[in-house]
Design a protein around this ligand. Structure first.
Ligand code: FES
Length: 77
């Protein structure tokens, strides 16, 4: 591997999730929410991606980063 390829890999925030796709995009129709709270991963370390599994805590501790999930909250009627 070239040094450029190694540097690009080192800088990528997504180390392994759905790398066969050109761009990872997920969408949710908010009206479809059945639970009061759904957490979506933004650290790319979740074992249940696109949902947050709490892996950001370990990532933040190891790297000094400060990432956290996107929370979708069901609006009360
Ligand atoms: Fe990635 Fe929580 S596991 S934001």
């Amino acid at each position: 591997r070239s040094l450029v390829a190694v540097r690009a890999e080192a800088q990528a925030i997504n180390p392994e999730i759905r790398k066969t796709e050109e761009k990872v995009v997920d969408s949710v129709m908010v009206a479809e929410l059945s639970k009061p709270l759904t957490a979506y991963c933004r650290c790319w370390r979740s074992g249940t991606f696109p949902l947050c599994d709490g892996s950001h805590v370990k990532h933040n501790k190891a790297t000094g980063d400060n990432v956290g999930p996107l929370l979708l909250k069901k609006q009360k009627e």
